[in-house]
Design a binder for this molecule. Sequence first.
Ligand code: FES
Ligand code: MG
Length: 579
Amino acid sequence: MTENNKKTPETLRSARWLAANDFRSFNHRSRMMQMGYGKEDWEGAPIIAILSTWSDLNPCHHHFKNRIEDVKRGVTMAGGLPVELPCLSLFENFVKPSALLYRNMLAMEVEELLRSNPIDGVILMGGCDKTTPGLLLGAISMQIPTIFIPAGPMLRGNYRGETLGSGSDAFKYWDEYRADNISSEELEGICGGIARSAGTCMTMGTASTMTAITEAIGLSLPGASSIPAVDTSHNRMCARSGKRVVEMVWEDITPKKILTKNSFKNGISVAMAMGCSTNAIIHLIALARRADCDINLVDFDNVSREVPVIANVRPSGDNYLMEDFYYAGGILGLMNRLKDFLYLNAETVSGKTVGENTRPGEVYNNDVIRHLDNPIYKEGALAVLKGNLAPNGCVIKASACNPKFLHHSGQAIVFDDYPSYKSFVDNETIDITEDHILILRNAGPKGGPGMPEWGMLPIPTKLVKQGVRDMLRISDARMSGTSYGACILHVSPESFVGGALGLVQTGDTITVHVENRSIDVEVSDEELEKRKEKWVQPPARFQRGYGWMYTNHIQQADKGCDFDYLETSFGEPTGEPAI
Ligand code: FES
Ligand code: MG
């Protein structure tokens, strides 16, 4: 402990459980001793929870079981007592219908696990898409010293010497297989080579986007987010995080002392420069609202118009993956290059500012991390569009689609749900061209529910065989961060609550103009009004349980899809539990 310490052994949160000379504390101490701990383990030692989202069904976090040992080593070295608390693991690929459906469940679990137990500080271990925001949302609401450990990206994929990227190449080669351009044996080979180590998707998907954002807003140690999962730097980063969080407990550095509107704006700038996943918008808005900071779609669009994409990582970039990004200097190199767009005085968990953390950052490969005057896309990755089809906004990843669709008019073909689209996609007798616009509805926050990643609708097989690889698609769903193409997502309000997307009919003309940030259906207000009068809300998918609760309390995409009752402004602060 130094003289800067604000906490003493007596004022540790865990001391409320363990230090008093009363019956309850006697009981608590006896149960600690039941596990083999003695007084010397906990007296004056901050208890650090390690919240790990490991599971046998989460390959992205497969290495966490070992990394927990590194974290424990760091905590112990610094005089803390590490305790492991497993929590909900959300593997993006397996969890159906959508891992987003369970992000808020994880957030609630984190908040309540921390509140109800004798915990002084917390290490959050996540990375696979929704685990990062889920863990952070809970920790922000709980407000005890927190460091996030990112799982780190997996190694590059490889098949017969050719590099493969998560998600992006799965979509690509599945299309080539459908077009009879590759054999089923080749497809199996790709299947075995595309994910060949522990770690998160190594394209710039939601995982790498969210871990970069977490570091940019100040909640991970400097450089942590770019380290590949299986690099031994990752073990060392885990130990350092464990050590540092103990110091943070004594210094009483809680998330609210780090998170400000400026730190969230740093998060947006870094996300844009990375060529981020569209999911970043939903999560960052939710995180900012929990932290009581006003961040909305306009902030994203403003930053997007200024900050170019300089990370040449797929799917926005052409050749490179997260492993290359790390060797090229990683996030510290990128943030140093981006310094004119960042609030350098923002605080971080390291105890230093963003400026101090990133000043040593260097770039070793200017093709992977580009100079600002040689970007891979001149504006930011995402654009927010508004119009009569999406009065509260929708999103397109303009950096990852065929530019011809950035200004496009075409006739709508409408699908009321994903199964109807699936039965349509392989029908080769349909009358369709690449200029049609595919509409999917009832896939939003309430209608999905949970906004499944259906927004990158597969191109109809008939067109794939003609060589078509992109089309304009519009939905209230999301898409994977590893997806690409002219997909307009997150239409708000969603169709399930009577949004205009629910009123579009097959044959209507829709015009999208990304430069002007507009999206409109060419139908008069009167006609839309008439259609609205006849509109009937479809039945909710869940009539009981978590799904029912979700549909009744989830907010729209432009508000971050948090539950209304989890928002910081909802009700009085919860406070500490009675002991
Ligand atoms: Fe886990 Fe992509 S599936 S990060
Ligand atoms: Mg994903």
